[in-house]
Ligand binder design. Structure first.
Ligand code: URP
Ligand code: ZN
Ligand code: ZN
Ligand code: ZN
Length: 497
């Protein structure tokens, strides 16, 4: 055969345009794009007729937590690499980047990486990479960053301005940013003021305001705006080293990021479906139900949702990730219900593990919303993350001879099923979805990973295997040619010293 797989009669959507092409796939790569219908009798092992549907590059979700220990409250992840990546492909996502968490008492980042490789290897339905979550910026940890970039294909780290297990002081953040600048690491920053939210939590508790909805009160928007502003300031002190503010939820932070970008600072930003589709009212559901929407930052109000949609449209946000950070609801030892104690039989928000599942629902929710042009949808959910995290153009693109044949074939208008999201239809191992009951207008009909059909919604469901996903070594971030000034300047300035 000339091709292993052909997709005919599709309308290809990339970050650049929307146009009808047939796609010829060989040896796991996009082999050629041809005029629509021209390959419908090609010499191919298999031909899929897209029937006029949109075909997009496979989703790239660079913010996924799997098999993590208790870091965000008491619970630990309800999804393993196996169940989380199964869920990913069923939602059209072909590449994820998860976190390799560094223990606070563990000085080595390479050790954290090795431990995470062991969990993922042979257990992944989709391709995957790792960020290192730096909880202990020891001398050793900082000195290992060069090796991570140069030998391990790990070119990003995440640091935290909150969470007891992870929070760094500003001087520690500066040390990390300095090393990141020297080694071409992209630093992801969780921007919430941990000291302030702990103080507010104490205040609320002292008034016995402990229900899930007070999680939102403990983290008002200003505390995210402040931390975002501080992170941007710290980056500017390290000669504008590039940072990415993760999971931005509110207008103040969005505006501050926009201003920094306008000033030419390499400040990138991410948002997530929970800030587009959930509000703080969802935390106020009866009983402990609101715990199902407890994540940090918390969902905000309607006006904030609109500001986040606008930020996606106008380019403030480079990436739309899931922040899939799953905990079971019913699990009294590791899940949301760890917050129920003898002293607090109705639950206590301080103890609710922070995070919600969403790796499978990310693309269908946003694709179906009709609120983004399709090219923008592909840009923020696939191409943008691939560029930002050094996966492009192998991922996030349809470049013949270059890109992996990672694709989603959606349903054509005439065959669109009525889909109401329910946890029963999802493929994670988590016992709920915060999007239960929501109607979506489309869903990935086929997911193709490196030329193999790994998801066929109408015929077999998950067809891939947990041994098929490969670790992807990533290069330095490609966005904005952000590292070039490092070359030009050689030894760069710290705060103009
Ligand atoms: O609530 C959240 N977002 N949990 C996941 C951890 C994180 O900070 O991304
Ligand atoms: Zn050929
Ligand atoms: Zn975070
Ligand atoms: Zn996260």
């Amino acid at each position: 055969h000339e091709f292993d797989l052909v997709i005919t009669n599709g309308v290809c959507v990339t970050a650049g345009d929307v146009a009808p092409y047939d796609i010829g796939i060989k040896d796991g790569r996009i082999h050629l794009l041809a005029p629509s219908g021209s390959l419908n009798r090609a010499n191919s092992a298999r031909i899929i007729d897209a029937e006029g549907a949109y075909v997009t590059p496979g989703g790239v979700d660079c913010h996924v937590h799997l098999e993590e220990p208790a870091l965000f409250g008491r619970g630990s992840s309800s999804d393993t690499y196996e169940t989380g990546t199964r869920s990913a492909i069923a939602g059209g996502c072909t590449t994820i980047v998860t976190f390799a968490p560094q223990n606070k008492v563990e000085p080595s980042l390479l050790k954290a990486l090795a431990n995470t490789h062991i969990k993922a290897r042979g257990n992944s339905y989709c391709d995957y990479g790792f960020h290192i979550m730096v909880g202990n910026p020891s001398e050793q940890a900082l000195s290992e960053m060069k090796t991570l970039v140069e030998n391990e294909g790990v070119t990003s780290i995440k640091i935290y301005m909150t969470y007891t297990a992870l929070q760094l002081r500003d001087d520690q953040i500066l040390s990390v940013l300095l090393k990141a600048r020297q080694t071409r690491m992209l630093t992801m920053i969780h921007a919430e003021n941990g000291d302030v939210l702990n103080w507010l939590t104490d205040q609320l508790e002292s008034q016995n305001l402990v229900a899930p909805k007070f999680h939102s009160s403990s983290r008002p928007p200003i505390l995210e705006t402040e931390a975002t502003n501080r992170a941007i300031a710290l980056s500017s002190l390290i000669s504008n080293t590039p940072i990415l503010i993760v999971h931005v939820s509110e207008p103040g932070a969005t505006l501050r990021i926009r201003q920094a970008q306008t000033n030419g600072q390499p400040i990138f930003a991410e948002t997530c479906p929970q800030y587009l589709f959930l509000t703080r009212d969802d935390l106020d559901a009866p009983g402990l139900e609101g715990a199902k929407c407890v994540c940090s930052p918390p969902p905000r109000d309607k006006a904030s949702q609109d500001a986040i949609w606008t930020g996606l449209s106008n380019g403030t946000f480079t990436v739309l990730s899931s922040d899939h950070c799953p905990f079971n609801y019913e699990d009294a030892e590791r899940g949301k219900k760890t917050c129920i104690t003898v002293a607090h039989p109705a639950g206590r928000f301080r103890e609710i593990p922070n995070g919600i599942p969403g790796v499978e629902t990310r693309l269908p929710l946003v694709f179906s919303s009709g609120r983004l042009p399709l090219t923008k949808f592909v840009e923020v959910s696939s191409t943008g993350p691939a560029k930002l995290y050094g996966l492009y153009p192998r991922k996030g693109a349809l470049l013949p001879g270059v890109s992996d044949a990672d694709l989603v074939v959606w349903y054509p208008e005439a065959r669109r099923p009525d889909i109401v999201v329910s946890n029963a239809m999802l493929h994670h191992a988590t016992d709920y979805t915060p999007y239960e009951g929501r109607e979506v207008a489309n869903w990935p009909r086929y997911t193709v990973l490196r030329g193999k059909v790994v998801w066929d919604r109408d015929d077999g469901g998950v067809l891939g295997q947990k041994t098929f996903g490969q670790f992807v070594k990533r290069g330095p971030s490609l966005l904005g040619r952000i590292w070039e000034t490092v070359d030009e300047q050689g030894e760069f300035d710290v705060a103009g010293l």
